[in-house]
Write a protein that binds this ligand. Sequence first.
Ligand SMILES: C[S@@+](CC[C@H](N)C(=O)[O-])C[C@H]1O[C@@H](n2cnc3c(N)ncnc32)[C@H](O)[C@@H]1O
Length: 247
Amino acid sequence: MGDVKTPSITEMRKRKFAHQIEVANEGGAVADSFFEKYSYNQSYEDVFQDAFNGNYLVDLIEAVWGAQPPYRLLDCGSANGLTLEQFDKLGVEAWGIENNAHIHSKTPEKWRERNLLGDVCKMPFEDEAFDFLYVTCLPHLSEEIIGQAIKELFRVCRVGVLLQGVTTDMTEEVIEDYELFKGLRTFWTCSEWSDAMVCAGFKLAVSDPVLLDEVWRIEQETDEDDWNWYPNKETMRYHFFSKPQIG
Ligand SMILES: C[S@@+](CC[C@H](N)C(=O)[O-])C[C@H]1O[C@@H](n2cnc3c(N)ncnc32)[C@H](O)[C@@H]1O
């Protein structure tokens, strides 16, 4: 018998959703077309209200770190800054950084000062400039620069990171329905992402089982779709990271 290797979940999912995966340009920003057909063949602006839920993120931050607005938050991969307005309504001072010039140029006048055109790998912010980071951009970067990007997240973060990018072990239904593999360059499971964060110095923020129950409750109550985004409660651990406090 030959050596038959069982394919990893990442390999299986990449095969299953190969039709979603475009040949990415070498490095650089995601293609402009990514935003025109963001989900269900609709543009980012058209699906934004349904796809983004600021209350959910603020509730998670309160559950995990006990923090309530006002605080300073950076949306890493902020597109045209629509998230900034939603966060503002909840009392959060949100800033954004986005490297696709096309979507960034659509930032409403009111948010131009806070939604910056730039790369998450080299950010024009001081050390620990933000209490929290909301991070969706990492899987859009090529694997060779993920370490550099996470190092930069570590530098500008004061308290913690909500890691919300696409992982290969999200439920199949959600990858299929929202075409989540579009525009991705790095295909990792959530525990692989977590390992990279821990290597850079972050610590898992959710270890207490009672807190994990609470995070899962928020997730379940917010989920208005028929299916879960995350396959089980355990995987929720890998989405919250604290910066160790010195002294
Ligand atoms: C999945 S979208 C999320 C948009 C927004 N944060 C939201 O929650 O609706 C990820 C964003 O990350 C941006 N992005 C990808 N690579 C980036 C990089 N190196 N630096 C900054 N933004 C990046 C993409 O252009 C895209 O706008």
